[in-house]
Design a protein around this ligand. Structure first.
Ligand SMILES: *[C@@H]1O[C@H](CO)[C@@H](O)[C@H](O)[C@H]1NC(C)=O
Ligand SMILES: *[C@@H]1O[C@H](CO)[C@@H](O)[C@H](O)[C@H]1NC(C)=O
Length: 486
C-alpha cells in the first residue's frame, strides 16, 4: 500500500488526487502505522533527523509510563485532551491524533517514515525532542483538574524530569542543545509548581534550540526568543474533522464555486466571559468578538455572524454544520479568542472560505513566511477600537513588563504586513458592505489562491506530495541554524 517514491515536484491534478487517495487509505486502514508516502523536501536533502522519545528516560529518571492511546483522551466537542477517566470523555472520545495539539505526533510520524530519519543519534544532524506523551498528559491533567497545587507529582513534574534527563546527554552538551528541536503546541504553561521550572528551561536552558510554537505569546514569555526569529516557527493548530474515519476529507472536498455560496459572511464564537477568572483582567479577544458580532449580526440576510452563548440568545453548532456553513460562505471572520491563535483559522482555510482578519488586534497568522495570506485574505483595520482595547490593554507597553503579560499588545501584532492592504473603517458594522461591494474578479482571485494554499493547513503523519503543514515544519527544521548563537 505504499505510495511510490518520486522526486517529481510538479504534479497534475489527477496525480495529486491519486496520491492522496492512496495515502488516505493507508491512514484510514492502519491509523498509527507511519505511512510510506514520501515526497522530497529539498531543504532536508543530506540531513538526518533523530526522534528522541522522552519515554526512553522513563526507567532511569523514574517517570511513570505514558501511553498516547491510554493515558489521555481527546474530547470530541472541544478537541482538547482530558485524562482517561475524566467523565467528560469516558464514553465519547476521539483518537489522540485528531486533537488540536497533536502536531508533534504528526511530525514524529512523518520523520520516522521519511528518508531523512536516522536511528543513530550520533549520526543525526538534528534531534527532534518527542515529548508529546508527557506534554499532552500534563495538558490533559490541567484540563481535567484545573491548575491545582498538589503534593504528589503531577504530569508536569514528569515532563520536567524528562527534560532534566535530556540535558545530561552528551549529545545535548555537544552544542548546548542548538541542534535540538522542541514542539510546544499549546501556549498555556503558566504558574504551576512544575510549570515555572519548565518555562525557565524552555526559555533559558533550551535557548539555542529551535522552537515550534502555537502562539506569539510563547515568544513573549521567553525574552530569549525575541532575537531568534530563524529558530522559531508558529505552527497552526491541527484542524478538527467531521469524519473520524477520513481525517483528510475536509481537504479532499472541493471548495464550493462562488455562485453556489449562499452566505456572504460567516462567524460563530463563544463571546463570554470577558473577565479572566480570579485575575480581573479582560480577555480582550472575547470582548472584541462580542462587539463585532453585535455590530455585524444585523448587517443583512446574507450575513450569518453571532455568538454561541445561550445568555446572548445563541446556541453552539455541531462541527459538521460549522464546516458546511463555512463552505457555503464567501467570507469568514478571523478574530483572536482568549489567545491570539485559533484552530478555527485552520478550519476556515480548510473549508475554502476567505478569511477576513479584523483588527486590532489581529489573530496569529501561522507559518507566515510560507503561506501567502496577503493574496487570499482580507484585512480590516477598525479605527474605533475603544470597545475592546481600553486602558488595560494598551497598544504600547514597556519592554520590561512585556514578557509577563499574556494579554500584552505585542502578542497581537500581525506576522504579516497588513497596513498597505487593510480596508480602514471606523466601526465593524460597515465590514459587510465593503465585502459585498468587492469586485467579483478580486473575490475569484482570492478563492483561487486560497484553493491552492489550503492544503498547507492539513496535518498528515507523512510528508505529502502537495505541501502540508508537516512539510513546511520539516523544511524549517532542516534549514535552522545548528550552532549556538555567538
Ligand atoms: C447552503 O445554503 C443554502 C441556503 O441556505 C442551503 O440550502 C444549503 O443546504 C447550504 N449548503 C450547505 C453545504 O450547507
Ligand atoms: C489603522 O488605521 C490607523 C488610522 O488610519 C492607522 O494609524 C494604523 O496604522 C492602521 N493600522 C493598520 C494595521 O493598518
Amino acid at each position: 500500500m505504499a505510495c511510490h517514491n518520486t522526486s517529481r515536484r510538479v504534479y497534475n491534478h489527477m496525480q495529486i488526487l491519486e496520491r492522496w487517495n492512496v495515502c488516505l487509505f493507508v491512514v484510514g486502514t492502519y491509523l498509527a502505522v507511519s505511512a510510506r508516502c514520501q515526497a522530497d523536501l529539498p531543504a532536508c536533502e543530506g540531513r538526518k533527523i533523530f526522534v528522541l522519545d522522552l519515554g526512553i528516560f522513563a526507567e532511569s529518571a523514574g517517570l511513570p509510563p505514558c501511553s498516547i492511546d491510554a493515558t489521555f483522551r481527546v474530547d470530541p466537542i472541544t478537541n482538547v485532551p482530558f485524562l482517561r477517566d475524566d467523565p467528560q470523555v469516558k464514553n465519547a472520545f476521539l483518537p489522540q491524533y485528531l486533537g488540536q495539539y497533536s502536531g508533534p505526533w504528526h511530525l514524529a510520524q512523518a520523520i520516522a517514515g521519511s528518508q531523512y530519519v536516522t536511528t543513530d543519534i550520533d549520526a543525526a544532524d538534528i534531534v527532534y525532542v518527542y515529548d508529546y506523551c508527557y506534554y499532552t498528559w500534563w495538558l490533559a491533567f490541567v484540563h481535567s483538574n484545573g491548575r491545582v497545587q498538589r503534593e504528589d507529582a503531577t504530569p508536569g513534574d514528569h515532563l520536567l524530569k524528562g527534560y532534566q534527563a535530556l540535558i545530561q546527554m552528551p549529545r545535548w552538551k555537544k552544542k548546548d542543545g542548538a541542534d535540538f528541536v522542541f514542539y510546544d503546541p499549546h501556549p498555556g504553561f503558566a504558574t504551576g509548581r512544575a510549570e515555572m521550572p519548565i518555562i525557565d528551561m524552555a526559555c533559558n536552558t533550551f535557548k539555542h534550540s529551535m522552537h515550534i510554537i502555537a502562539e506569539r505569546s510563547q515568544r513573549n514569555v521567553c525574552q530569549t526568543y525575541w532575537t531568534m526569529a530563524d529558530k522559531l516557527l508558529i505552527a497552526p493548530y491541527v484542524p478538527a474533522t467531521s469524519d473520524v474515519a477520513k481525517p483528510l476529507k475536509g481537504f479532499m472536498t472541493k471548495t464550493t464555486p462562488l455562485e453556489d455560496r449562499k452566505a456572504l459572511l460567516w462567524f460563530r464564537t463563544k463571546c463570554l466571559p470577558y473577565i479572566m477568572e480570579g485575575k480581573g483582567r479582560y480577555v480582550n479577544g472575547h470582548r472584541f468578538c462580542h462587539h463585532v458580532s453585535i455590530a455585524l449580526g444585523k448587517a443583512g440576510s446574507d450575513v450569518d455572524v453571532s455568538c454561541t452563548d445561550r445568555q446572548l440568545g445563541g446556541h453552539p453548532l455541531p462541527f459538521r454544520s460549522i464546516m458546511d456553513r463555512m463552505r457555503n460562505s464567501t467570507f469568514c471572520l478571523s478574530m483572536p479568542g482568549d489567545s491570539a491563535s485559533t484552530r478555527r483559522l485552520s478550519e476556515t482555510i480548510m473549508a475554502g472560505c476567505i478569511p477576513v482578519f479584523i483588527g486590532p488586534p489581529y489573530a496569529t497568522m501561522p507559518m507566515a513566511e510560507d503561506v501567502d495570506y496577503r493574496a487570499f485574505s482580507v484585512f480590516v483595520n477598525i479605527t474605533d477600537y475603544s470597545g475592546w482595547l481600553q486602558d488595560r490593554m494598551e497598544w504600547e507597553i514597556h519592554p520590561t513588563i512585556r514578557p509577563y503579560h499574556v494579554l500584552n499588545p505585542w502578542t497581537w501584532l500581525p506576522e504579516v504586513k497588513v497596513e498597505d492592504l487593510a480596508i480602514t473603517v471606523e466601526s465593524a458594522s460597515s465590514v459587510a458592505a465593503h465585502l459585498r461591494w468587492m469586485q467579483k474578479k478580486e473575490v475569484l482571485h482570492k478563492l483561487e489562491r486560497l484553493a491552492s494554499e489550503r492544503q498547507k493547513f492539513s496535518f498528515q503523519p507523512f510528508i505529502t506530495g502537495p505541501y502540508s503543514a508537516i512539510n513546511i515544519i520539516m523544511e524549517r527544521l532542516c534549514s535552522a541554524r545548528l550552532d549556538p548563537k555567538l
